[in-house]
Design a binder for this molecule. Sequence first.
Ligand SMILES: Cc1cc2nc3c(=O)[nH]c(=O)nc-3n(C[C@H](O)[C@H](O)[C@H](O)COP(=O)(O)OP(=O)(O)OC[C@H]3O[C@@H](n4cnc5c(N)ncnc54)[C@H](O)[C@@H]3O)c2cc1C
Length: 389
Amino acid sequence: MADRTSVLIVGAGPAGLVLGNLLRAAGIDTLILERGGREHVQARARAGFLGANSARVLTEHGLGAGLLRHGSTHGTCAFRDEAGEFELRYDRLGRGEPHTVYPQQLLVTDLIAEYLARGGGLRFGVTVTDVDAETATARFRDERGNTGEVAARFLAGCDGGYGVTRRAVPAPDHYVRDHGISWLAVLADAPQSMPAVTYALHRNGFAGQMARGPAVTRYYLQVPPGDEAAAWTDERIWAELAVRMRTGAFGPLRQGPVTERRIVRLRSDVVDPVQHGRLFLVGDAASLISPSAAKGANLAIMAAEVLARALTDALLRDDERALAAYSRTCLPRIWRAQEFSHWMIGLLHDTADAGQGPRFGSALRRARLDNLRESRAHQDFFAENYVGI
Ligand SMILES: Cc1cc2nc3c(=O)[nH]c(=O)nc-3n(C[C@H](O)[C@H](O)[C@H](O)COP(=O)(O)OP(=O)(O)OC[C@H]3O[C@@H](n4cnc5c(N)ncnc54)[C@H](O)[C@@H]3O)c2cc1C
């Protein structure tokens, strides 16, 4: 006999948990099945920069207490290259909005606690193995190897970019781009070295620093495709960051033990449509976006709010118009975020397209940076896209 629920949500990341919370607030019966254990999910450090719309969604729906208490606002970024350094106060450009810095693992921890307090069903250590979009059923296996089935009115695929739910959407247009670029993503137990988010362009490759909290900082280093994270010792990471950040000219880095190092391949894809039958994809399940512009978690939160409204209309008012339009509502925003993320990739890396030598790519990159340094119109474009979607 299958378990029954109104909305079965696959995955307890930002997408699934925001959706679950909003549906519970409307009194809708929900069940989240999550492959990982609670401790694992609550410790997974990934995003940190939330745009103005994400902060609004979270606070408006009673999910922003931790963010308001422990998050910090951030409105400046700096660019370094061979010509020197310049800063952009992006919170005074474009729409005049800052980011809120709040580590994803803290947000996920808050969202789980609130979802359970709202009476939501949540099972950890349960892997969904197969979904049927027409009948809205899902089969799963738990950690002991027991199998089961859940029948729902609707399914929400919130299981990330490599999950099972996107495979159940026959997407006539599945757009994929592998940028052929890899980053070493590092977390260090150290306060940030520079007060602003810093992007360093260097002939050895890109390096970046992003705030995460008073005692933890994220750094990125572009590394050759195929490099293993383990090959990068603490000493090698700090030495290469010092070279690319040009510490001789701008001052030393505040070093500390590296607590996490992982290779992130810059890859983008969009599933189109993001719905099929009674299944709806949200967040990374709908579109993977490279972390170059810090958009993934923000897109996930945006789409979760759109879907929560549409499911509430369908389940409480018997009105499926917003559900029918879900793909049409989300895809233009996904593509705008993808477009800006690609623009950032072009700004931060020497990319050589077919028919174009590396020196041409590098000169274009310099021109793009000069525009950003000197043109108010380019700065407004950057600020509006950097914080918003
Ligand atoms: C290094 C790094 C830095 C980033 N920085 C930023 C940033 O600053 N700002 C930003 O907006 N974004 C950033 N991102 C992207 C952001 O982290 C993701 O876009 C975000 O986590 C997507 O949320 P999600 O809920 O869609 O998917 P996920 O967070 O991936 O959650 C999916 C969940 O589904 C579960 N799952 C998977 N398969 C199954 C299954 N078969 N059954 C049950 N459960 C399953 C997984 O265990 C996981 O918990 C960054 C990403 C990385 C890697």
